[in-house]
Write a protein that binds this ligand. Structure first.
Ligand code: MEV
Length: 298
């Protein structure tokens, strides 16, 4: 079975699109898997409950990202005829919620094809192919999502540069909390781009936060990490990518003992992450959030 994890952006979303650093970690407790199974029909078909898809490959629209991915993979691996099998894609990653569901789907499918056709492919190449598909989903992506999801390690990422692996000194006791509101990354990214002149000072400030956060993560300075998350959330709010629902979850998390919290991903929906100092505080925070009707994912 070929898998790919979800991701959360700890610091730097949006700013990373403009060359500032971003920091992201994989979340292996939430993943997408893709595998081939025998098909009763003599045809290549795709079945995926999370994508709402159960069809013969020939019915897949030409501009569908999955179709584009399969064509790229046929070229990459020199595949001339697709298998008379069913490609099944399963996922526990909520869609359009800032957790990298699109990139995880691409990476899992690339791995499934490599396995089915017994081709070796480097992780870097997997990430590059997933990036091509990210462009369809996101317009002008930074490359952060496909990188962290392909490599599956915490990364410090600057667009168009090789990523740096971050050795996080102390475990991060994080909850991921879902507004259950979908958000369209391409639209939010475009909106920020359209107002870049106004927003550029905020974008540079977010970059400074990521630079400081890298050292705080390497030093295991949990208090500073929390403080930087709060500052990053405030800057994202000023960037207009928060929402009443995200701010509501943020406020509850802080009131109930989180040392830091922020929205994660493109915003205007999706998730927040909330950090507590000690692992034994997680259960309390989870319960407190759930008592307010929030959906805690991990
Ligand atoms: C989306 O997960 C993160 C953004 O920074 C867009 C990108 O990096 O491509 C909003």
């Amino acid at each position: 079975m070929s898998e790919a994890p979800a991701k959360v952006i700890l610091f730097g979303e949006h700013a990373v699109v403009y060359g500032e650093p971003g920091i992201a970690i994989p979340i292996s407790a939430l993943k997408t898997s893709a595998f081939f199974e025998n098909n009763i029909h003599n045809a290549f078909s795709i079945q995926s409950a999370p994508l709402g898809m159960d069809l013969n490959y020939l019915e897949l629209a030409d501009d569908h990202p999955l179709k584009k991915l399969i064509i790229l993979l046929m070229n990459e691996f020199g595949i001339t005829s697709l298998p008379e099998k069913k490609l099944r894609i399963e996922s526990a990653i909520p869609i359009a919620s800032g957790l990298g569901s699109g990139a995880a789907c691409s990476v899992a499918v690339i791995r499934a094809f490599a396995e089915e056709y017994q081709k070796s492919i480097s992780t870097q190449r997997i990430s590059e192919i997933a990036f091509e598909i990210e462009k369809i989903y996101h317009g002008t992506p930074s490359g952060l999502d496909n990188t962290v999801i392909s490599f599956g390690v915490p990364i410090y990422f600057i667009k168009n540069q090789p990523f740096q692996f971050i050795q996080i000194k102390k475990p991060l006791n994080l909850l991921i909390v879902d507004t259950e509101i979908e958000s369209n990354t391409a639209e939010v990214v475009k909106d920020i781009r359209d107002h870049y002149a106004t927003f550029s000072p905020l974008i540079h400030e977010i970059g400074d936060i990521s630079r400081t956060a890298k050292t705080a993560l390497e030093d295991g300075d949990i208090k500073l990490i929390g403080e930087l998350m709060n500052k990053n959330h405030d800057l994202l709010k000023r960037l207009t990518v928060s929402s009443p629902e995200l701010d509501y979850l943020y406020e509850i998390a802080i009131e109930q003992g989180a040392i830091g919290a922020k929205l994660t991903g493109s915003g205007r929906g999706g998730n927040i992450i909330a950090l507590v100092e000690e692992e034994d505080q997680l259960a309390y925070l989870r319960q407190a959030l759930q008592n307010k009707g929030a959906k805690v994912l991990n």
